[in-house]
Design a protein around this ligand. Structure first.
Ligand SMILES: [Zn+2]
Length: 294
């Protein structure tokens, strides 16, 4: 491996460990993570889970042929009751979490209560595909590893970390149709488990991979930029309003019949007057006034 060991920001690197028959990805989010984190006054314990979920969803999106987006959604009956992290095929991310009261750190059942973790793949055509696993284990990475083993998919390991300015992670996965020795995968798992939070958050990608897998043949691909982007729009909100229906919308509108909807992912506000609301209900998607109020 060559090149200057600069610290990559908001980027994702795929790599292959040639002789071991393993592929992997390394992600590090800075500005994109801060954009997600700063949209709500998250307590540190919530922010930690959201950062790990965001890094995870980018890593997982590299393991499937993705045309639309991949959504990781955790829902429980505990203090952190909803968490959504989304990565698109264009390497954009967004995410949001909702909580009540004090959210502890620690095992998922303490943080989320009893709940489930769903992974939904949206493709350009066809129905979305969803896989579900219980929200159990030490962290999101552990729950996702359970998901991969239960759904009989390729053996996969993840390490995730959230720092004050960075959300990061590494994934290793057995390459399909590659014949390797019986010790190869266990060895790579052991090596990948030695990675520290500091290394994940702060080391340049090449340095990190060389340090972790120094006796392996590491082939690194060109880094891919990752950015925060919200896909909300006036048209999409109108579609949602149409789905809510007349009776409930009347209850949500103010005395002038106007409605303001704020996107939870990016805090952008959309205002609909009485005519817009009627339009949304009858036409659903054909609303062409200026996009947002801020
Ligand atoms: Zn938005």
């Amino acid at each position: 491996m060559h090149g200057s060991p600069t610290l990559e920001r908001d980027s994702m690197h795929r790599f292959v460990l040639e002789s071991a028959g393993v592929r992997g990805a390394l992600v590090r989010l800075h500005a994109s993570w801060c954009a997600v984190r700063d949209s709500h006054p998250y307590p540190a314990s919530v922010s930690a889970q959201l950062g790990e979920a965001l890094a995870a969803v980018v890593l997982l999106s590299t393991t499937i042929k993705l045309q639309g987006s991949l959504i990781l959604q955790a829902q429980g009956d505990g203090p952190l009751h909803t968490l959504v992290a989304q990565a698109s095929a264009g390497r954009t991310v967004r995410g949001v979490a909702r909580w009540r009261g004090e959210v502890p750190c620690g095992e998922l059942t303490h943080v989320f209560g009893a709940g489930r973790l769903a992974l939904t793949t949206h493709t350009a055509q066809g129905d979305p595909y969803q896989g579900i696993v219980a929200l159990e284990g030490d962290n999101v990475a552990a729950a996702l590893e359970t998901y991969f083993s239960q759904s009989e998919q390729l053996a996969t390991r993840l390490r995730l970390a959230t720092g004050p300015q960075v959300a990061a992670g590494i994934l290793v996965q057995i390459l399909p149709s590659r014949v390797t020795g019986p010790d190869d995968w266990p060895r790579i798992v052991l090596l990948s488990e030695t990675v520290t939070t500091d290394e994940l958050c702060n080391l340049p990608a090449q340095t990190l991979l060389t340090r972790l897998f120094h006796d392996e043949q590491v082939r690194m691909f060109e880094s891919e930029p990752v950015a925060f982007r919200c896909t909300c729009s006036r048209t999409r909100i109108a579609r949602t309003l149409a789905a809510i229906g007349h009776a409930q919308l009347d209850g949500l509108a103010d005395e002038r019949g106007e409605l303001e909807v704020t996107c939870e992912f990016c805090n952008r506000s959309y205002r609909f007057d009485r005519v817009d609301v009627e339009h949304a209900l009858t036409e659903g998607v054909h609303i062409d006034s200026p996009d947002s109020v801020q």
